[in-house]
Each structure stands twice: as structure tokens, then as C-alpha cells.
Ligand binder design. Sequence first.
Ligand code: NAD
Ligand code: UDX
Length: 429
Amino acid sequence: MDVCVIGAGYVGLTTSAVLADLGHHVTCVDKNKDRIELLNRGICPLYEPGLEELMQKNRSRLTFSDQVGEAIRQNSVIYICVGTPPMPDGSTNLSYILSVIDDLATYIQSPKTIVTKSTVPLGTNELIRKLLIEKGVDRELFKLVSNPEFLREGTAVYDMFNPDKTVVGLEDGDTASLQVMKTLYHGIDCPFVVTTLNDAELIKFSANAFLATKISFINEIARICDRSNADVTTVASTIGLDPRIGKHFLQAGLGYGGSCFPKDLSSLIHSATEKGIKPAILEAAQFVNDTQLDFYIEKIKEHLDDYSSKKVAVLGIAFKPDTDDIRSSRSVLLIEKLEKLGLQVVAYDPKAKLPSENNHGATQVDSINEAIKDADCVVIATDWPVFKSLDWNEAKKEMKGTLIVDGRNCVDPLEVRKHGLLYVGVGRI
Ligand code: NAD
Ligand code: UDX
């Protein structure tokens, strides 16, 4: 099929490359000309394992352009993959979606299947329909599909080829679009869940809210373990054996970050509140996440005498391993908090960069060794494999102090202590 993907970010680029690999002709468009220029030179503007290779493999069926209107005109399937960031009040900023609607209204001249992959609040697809009609688009010329995306950054390509489900929200009686979606995803083996537009939108928010809540749950248990001389990793792995609980998303630490969980939880809380529902569980999950960093800050203060003059090495800037994404990264927030306390912060990450607006004085260095040299304290903020397998004997020799703060509960305390270092995690013996 001929597909236009609007938005060349983590989701749009992965969607484009995967659809091209499945045999479709894809034009991926973005208003960011610099991004398109990079893509046209064969360079992926973001770090996502396997994505650049997949784009190169399928370059005969994959083109990049900043000409959004032309791409809308020429393709019968239009994917919307633009960002839906948070507003200060927690609601979703729909301005990028609204801008796409303007372009759709201007350039639709032949029948289109419009597939919303961006995560949008309940009712947004209905809003898209209403606005397109108000802007004069013939109702016969478009069908709407809500096809939320569940990929994780770091494993985006794998996830899109191997989803546990494909959710397809359709307008009433729209069997034609179901066929289009089946053709698009032909070759991907997973259950097709056909729903209404509203259900599809809410499924996406519910999935993220549930996972975020699971993380906050284990972080709360970790705090209890911490005060009780109990080990949260043992508690988590054991309760996870019960299939009703499951072993995933029970890793305690600094809390969840990223471009999805924090904003999607806020958005759902906002939507629920607007509908007169008090989202007590969602608010509690958010509260635990928001306060989890302070738990670590207190520990660092407790274990570092005269902390304000000390050097802290923060290992990890990305919100999780295998990505360069720093959106709502706990690490970046931790660095800001440490700096406010007057600590000298030196950060290292294999792929991510400190935000350009970072003007507090944290420095980023190019190697682990440079970061930990003469450090009084080392914080593992992102569980990149290279940090999990650090040689603690060597680290001890480089460091000035002995404090190791494991912000992801990802290293073995005994291994660290064996070398005369002081291990601090959350809820670990
Ligand atoms: P992103 O910020 O990486 O990319 C969005 C891209 O859209 C940007 O390159 C931007 O320039 C472009 N854009 C914005 N407005 C445009 C317009 N009018 N026309 C053309 N291009 C435009 O975002 P992302 O992380 O890929 O997320 C996209 C959507 O997918 C969001 O709704 C997000 O919640 C959802 N989502 C993201 C993930 C994830 O892991 N990143 C997973 C599932 C769902
Ligand atoms: C998430 C969802 O998993 C994915 O389905 C959705 O499409 C987008 O949002 P992503 O944000 O890429 O994916 O990363 P994820 O692996 O879910 O991790 C999110 C955050 O939770 C990270 O900061 C991670 O460190 C943290 N996390 C995850 C924990 O603190 N503990 C865990 O057990 C798991």
C-alpha cells in the first residue's frame, strides 16, 4: 500500500521502517527540515537499536520529505505519529495533532484512511472527525482508525515486529478500514483487537497507567523494605512468580521517566478529574514517583559528610538504557536536585546528552573513568549494561570516596561491598 507517516520521531520512524519492510511504499514526513535532511543522508536522528539498519535495508520503499501536503495528496493511508506532550496542567497538548488536521483538511482530495498512532486522550479521534467535517472535507473521503502504539524505546523495532496485540479502533460499521489494517500488518503475527475509537484510546492510557502504577507499587514496597531490613528484589521476584502478578515492571529504583508514563498518567488524571472522577490510584502512583527521588537525595545527604563540597558521578542520563531519550528522565531531575544542594556533578551516558538548557554547571564527560575519577559518590541512574558490569575493584581505585548509590537496584550489593565500598540502594539488604 502507499502510506504517508506524519512525524519522524521514535514512533513515526519505526512505523515507517517496519511498514516499508513489510513491503509497503512509505513516505515519512516531518516539519523539521533538519531532521529530514539527516534522514535523506541515511542518518537516523535518534538512537534506537536496529532502526537505522532497517531504514537502510528498505530505502527503495522508504522516502523522507518535509512536503506534508504533497505526501497527504499522494498516499491513501495517512498515519499520524506526531508528539502529544503534556501541558503544565497535566492535560495533553494537542497542538501538533491540530496542525496535522489543518494539513489534512487542506490536502485531502481523494479517499484516505487516517490512522492515529499518537497517544491521544479519549475523544480525540471524534474531535478529528468533527474538525475535518467543519473544515469542509467531504465525509466520504476519509475513514478514521485509532491504532495506538505499545512499543518501548530501546526495543522499538523488535516490539513493532512482535507486538502482543494490534488494537484497531474503528468507526461504526467500517469493515473496509479493518481490511486496510490487516493488509498493512500482513506478516505480523498477533491478535487483532477490534474496538471503537474511544475504547482504543482508553486501552492505550490504561496500559501505561497500569504499568506505571506497578512500578510505584514496588517502589513503595521498597521503601517499606528499606525501613525493615528486608530485600525488595527478593520480594519482587517471588511475588512475580504468581502469574496473576507477573515478574515484569517490579524493579524498584528512582522511578519511571520517559516520554510516555509521566505524561500519559497526568493526562489520564486530568481527563478523569474533568469527568468528575477522583483518580485516587493514579494520583497515588504519581505521588510515589514524584517523591522517589527525594528518598535517594536523603540517603546521599545521610552518607556524605559535608555533602555540599563533594563530587558526585552520575552514571546514566537517558530515562532508560538503549536510548538517547532524556524526556522526563529521572537522572536529569536527580542531577538538578544534586546541583541545587551544591554538589559538583559529573555525568556520563553512552548515548544521551545533558539537556542544552542545563545551566547549573553539571558537566558531561566521555567515559566512565573520567566521571568516577576522584568522585566521593557514584550514582547509577540508568541501568545500562555497562554500568551493571562495572569492575568495582577498579572503580574503588579511581574514586576518592566509597559511596555507591544504586538508583536502579541493578548491581549486586555483595559484589560492591567486597571491594570496601559502601552500597546504598532502595530496599536492599
Ligand atoms: P517525537 O517527539 O519523537 O516525534 C514527533 C515528530 O513529529 C517530531 O519529529 C516533530 O517534528 C514531528 N511533528 C510535529 N508536528 C508535526 C506536523 N504537524 N507535521 C509533521 N511533523 C510534525 O515523538 P514520539 O516519541 O515518536 O511520539 C509520538 C507519539 O507516539 C506521541 O503521541 C507519543 O505519546 C506516542 N508514543 C510514543 C512512544 C515512545 O516510546 N516514544 C510509544 C508509544 C506511543
Ligand atoms: C513505555 C511502555 O512500556 C510502552 O508500552 C509504551 O508504548 C511507551 O511507554 P518506554 O517509556 O519506552 O515504554 O519504557 P519502559 O521500559 O516502559 O520504562 C519506562 C520507565 O519505567 C523507565 O524510566 C524505566 O527505567 C522505568 N521502569 C521500568 C522501572 O523503574 N521499573 C521497572 O520495573 C520497569
